[in-house]
Ligand binder design. Structure first.
Ligand code: BDR
Ligand code: CA
Length: 308
């Protein structure tokens, strides 16, 4: 049975590839895509989500949500994603937004679902998800899995301490970490194992595919190399969270307890992850620690190339 799935995102180059991976995977029945600002402003992230879904020929409702975090404006990441959020890769305009606001659409879908039946995936600042669960905490019982790309157990990528999604709305992340769920989380330490090099791109490009696959390859070619990888590659973040749901055997996972620093100052947004249970707290994470990267890239190609 395909999993009923909600994806909350801020497309975003890697969000776009993650959405195509999800839309091309029979394990997932994507019922709702909700969008926040983040990588670029909400006007662009919504336009990009619409274009990505339209190119895949899918009729999934896309609902707009937060244009700022709970406490502050979002900070964009145009140095990675470009001013348009897709690295300058032009896509045809997609279908219109569905009416309503993201947090309400999330609650409506959860409310209409049986207990423990919905997979909720967050690929951006999780403002929309936090608003939904803060308004109606009882809906947590409808969640089968809550999966996030967020945080880091070592260093950050937007500040020395913090990963971009966690930093952009730490209070929202704190709400999700305190729902009483075990949140499956792909941190930077995991996504840096999904290392895209020019050789990886050329190997992927050997596979023929439809317009979505060609656009995904164009996006990969547009992304800047990472200084942390000595300019030899870059991490592909958000598709890791989708891959965990459809191919968990590609990951090494262990339980851990985490909190996010919501104080002002240099540690804001830092996820403090107790990988060795030093504090003896109950686990609130299923922490993805290792990734079989070659099979992850095979999966991307196998699922996205057949899309239109
Ligand atoms: C995360 O930040 C965003 O720029 C990416 O889309 C990803 O979700 C990585 O830190
Ligand atoms: Ca993202």
């Amino acid at each position: 049975m395909p999993r009923t799935t909600i994806i909350d995102c801020d497309p975003g180059t890697d969000d776009a590839i993650a959405l195509w991976l999800a839309l091309g995977s029979p394990e997932l029945d994507v019922k709702l895509i909700t969008v926040a600002g983040g990588n670029v402003g909400l006007d662009r992230t919504t336009a990009n989500a619409r274009a990505v879904v339209g190119l895949a020929g899918k009729a999934v409702p896309i609902v707009a949500g937060a244009e700022r975090s709970l406490m502050a404006p979002f900070r964009a990441e145009t140095a990675v994603h470009g001013n348009d959020g897709l690295g300058g890769v032009m896509l045809p305009e997609g279908p219109p937004l569905a009416p309503g606001i993201a947090a309400d659409a999330i609650r409506d879908l959860l409310r209409a679902s049986p207990p423990a039946s919905v997979t909720v995936i967050g690929l951006g600042p999780v403002t929309n998800l936090a608003l939904a669960f803060a308004a109606e905490p009882a809906l947590v019982d409808r969640v089968q899995d809550l999966v996030l790309m967020s945080g880091a157990w070592s260093e950050g990528n937007i500040t020395p301490a913090a990963e971009f999604n966690a930093w952009n709305d730490p209070e929202a992340l704190a709400i999700l970490l305190n729902l009483g769920l075990k949140v499956a989380i792909a941190t930077l330490d995991l996504t840096f194992q999904a290392r895209v090099t020019p050789a990886v791109i050329e190997a992927l490009a050997a596979r023929e595919g439809g317009a979505c696959w060609r656009a995904a390859l164009a996006i990969l070619r547009a992304l800047p190399m990472s200084r942390r990888m000595n300019g030899q590659g870059f991490p592909l973040h958000d598709p890791c969270a989708i891959a965990w749901v459809i191919a968990p055997h590609l990951f090494g996972v262990k339980d851990a307890a985490a909190e996010v620093d919501c104080t002002p100052g240099p540690s804001r947004g830092r996820t403090v992850i107790d990988r060795w249970n030093r504090l003896g707290r109950p686990a609130n994470l299923a922490l993805m620690e290792t990734l079989d990267a070659p099979r992850f890239f095979d999966l991307l190609a196998a699922r996205i190339a057949p899309l239109p």
